[in-house]
Every structure is written in C-alpha cells, then in structure tokens.
Design a protein around this ligand. Structure first.
Ligand SMILES: [Zn+2]
Length: 178
C-alpha cells in the first residue's frame, strides 16, 4: 500500500472516537469484518449469503456498507449536508480515503472521518440486529442513531462543544464546515 494511504489510515487512531470504534474501522478498511462473504472465505458454512438489508446481492463489505440500495442513500444524505455530489467509491478503503481527503473546501476532515466511522459502525450494529434478532431495516432510524453517536462522541471529547443534540442536528452543514 502507498505510504500516503498508510498515513491516512494511521489517522484512525488519532480520531476522537472510542477505541472499539477505531478497531472496528480498521477492520472494515482491511475487510476483516465477519461479513457473510468473509465467513465463507474462511470456510465457515453460511446458509444464506444475501445482504440482510436488500436481500438482493451477496453480503460483502463493499455491498453492505457502500453499495446497497438501502445504505447508499444514507451516504447521499450525508453528502448533501456539505453540498458534495461526487461519485462514491465502492470499496471500504477508497471510500474512507475519499471521505478524508477529497472534500469540499471548508469541510472539517477529522469531523467528517468521525462521521464515517459513526455511520459505518451504526450500519454494522443495525445489520447485526437484522441478522440475529430479526429486526427490520429503518434508514431514518439508522441515520438518527449514527447522528446521536457522533454528537455524543463530540460532546464527550471536545470540551468546547456545548450544543444540544437538536440544535446541532438541525444545522449539520454548520456542524461539519465550521
Ligand atoms: Zn443490500
């Protein structure tokens, strides 16, 4: 892997996020999460290979997080907060790098990376609920959970951040650009 990319990934450990989330992000970027595709690769028998959200494609990380008809709109929505319209890469590594480095001017790249981890983490939690507890997919609920998570991290780790959740989430453009 290129040196520049290694540096970018090293930044995961400097983000103001809980350690378990940083570890999760690291595993996602390296494609080491126990997705159905990865389980089968490890010779573990999986009866149902389909994505639990759309039931239409195989559940690899590329699909589940970044290319599924259920999760892709969540990225589009996030991009709309900062007026981004660029095409999104499909694999976790490129997706993360794009989120980190090729942003519109004024967008705080660290906060945006934290958002990336909050959203992917929440997608994975939702996925586990659907797979193991028979829950159904709710895009807007997922988005709310991810936003609340990002807000709570920011609140816990940045002592100058005093906005209430409702204030902050009603003006996300401001939240990511200033
Ligand atoms: Zn899907």
């Amino acid at each position: 892997m290129e040196e520049r990319q290694e540096l970018e990934f090293g930044e995961i450990w400097k983000l103001k996020i809980p350690l378990k989330t940083a570890v999760f992000t690291w595993r996602l970027i390296r494609d080491r999460l126990p997705t159905k595709t990865n389980l089968r690769r490890r010779k573990i028998e999986v009866d149902d290979m389909l994505c639990p959200f759309c039931r239409n494609k195989e559940e690899g990380a590329d699909h589940l997080f970044f290319n599924c008809s259920k999760t892709l709109p969540l990225w589009w929505e996030s991009m709309s907060w900062v007026n981004l319209t660029t095409a999104l890469p499909q694999n976790p590594r490129d997706h993360f790098l794009q989120h980190g480095t090729e942003l519109a001017e004024g967008v705080k790249s660290k906060r945006w990376k934290c958002w990336w981890t909050a959203l992917t983490w929440t997608i994975w939690q939702h996925r586990n609920k659907v797979v193991f507890q028979n829950a159904t997919f709710h895009g807007s609920k997922l988005m709310d959970d991810a936003l609340l998570l990002l807000w709570s991290w920011t609140r816990a780790m940045d002592k100058d951040f005093t906005l209430h959740f409702n204030q902050w989430s009603s003006n996300l453009k401001e939240g990511f650009c200033n």
